[in-house]
Design a protein around this ligand. Structure first.
Ligand code: OAD
Length: 238
């Protein structure tokens, strides 16, 4: 409780707050994360499905994996935690959401200032000529009507760079932030795992499992994203 009050005090006094989220932000919506015991990478080697070489050399497996991710997403919705972050943005308490998630749930919940650092699984393009494509064309395994190239979701694959506009937006916001709250990420993946160290502001880490990657944060809270955000929000609104 004391820790939650501290977060609330910091949130209310910070003139620039950034929230950095990972897959743990969306597990309570029913979307698996990557590295937990029930995560995608426990049963599947990411190199075989989520690396640029998978797309180029093993398109069937790549396509199967992302089709499965899309179908999982179809039955899931943002949870209270996402809606609380959207409300905090409306109240002027949160200024930027930087996310590794490709599910689009922060936008669906109502946040507006979002940096999607690993792209979006809701948009599609041709891998070769970059023309936009539809979800339907991707799911039907069609070739690009423009150049015959392979269609893909607009996600960042291993071996690819992050979208520069999103990266710069997140980096600039974090550099200027007085408070950075990191939620539901293992902080295993470069370069996003460098971002929390790039602020001069206070840092909070909220995660279900605390590892040595939490070292260096000003405040570490062990718990689930939805539950912790709900409890902080209760303190704010009562
Ligand atoms: P990970 O699966 O690596 O980490 C998710 C973290 O969230 C773990 O530390 C979990 O303990 C924690 N967690 C799970 N459920 C939670 C909950 N309800 N509340 C709080 N914490 C919870 O996912 P990311 O760190 O997001 O990239 O992974 C980073 C990147 O690796 C992903 O964007 C993806 C993946 O490979 C690409 O595919 C390029």
């Amino acid at each position: 409780m004391k820790e939650l009050k501290t977060v609330l005090n910091w949130l209310q006094s910070s003139k620039q707050t950034v929230i950095l989220t990972g897959a743990g932000m969306s597990t309570e919506s029913g979307i698996p994360d990557f590295r937990s015991s029930s995560g995608w990478w426990k049963n599947i080697d990411p190199q075989t499905v989520a690396h640029i070489t998978a797309l180029e050399n093993n398109y069937d497996l790549f396509h199967e994996f992302y089709s499965m991710r899309l179908s999982t997403l179809d039955s899931c919705e943002p949870h209270d935690g996402h809606f609380i972050l959207a409300d905090w943005e409306k109240r002027g308490l949160v200024h930027t959401i930087a996310t590794q998630n490709v599910d689009g749930f922060h936008a669906k919940a109502g946040n507006q200032n979002i940096a999607e650092l690993h792209g979006s699984i809701q948009n599609f393009r041709c891998h070769r000529c970059e023309s936009q494509a539809t979800r339907e064309a991707f799911l039907n395994k069609e070739k690009c009507p423009n150049c015959g190239g392979k269609l893909r979701p607009n996600v960042v694959l291993f071996g690819e760079s992050l979208p520069e506009d999103s990266w710069m937006k997140a980096l600039n916001a974090i550099r200027e932030a007085e408070l950075v709250i990191v939620i539901g990420t293992s902080l295993e993946v470069y370069p996003v795992n460098q971002l929390p160290m790039m602020t001069k502001g206070k840092t909070v880490f909220i995660n279900k499992d605390i590892t040595s990657n939490a070292n260096g944060f000003d405040l570490v809270i062990e718990g689930k994203a939805k539950e912790i955000l709900t409890n902080i929000n209760l303190l704010l609104t009562h």
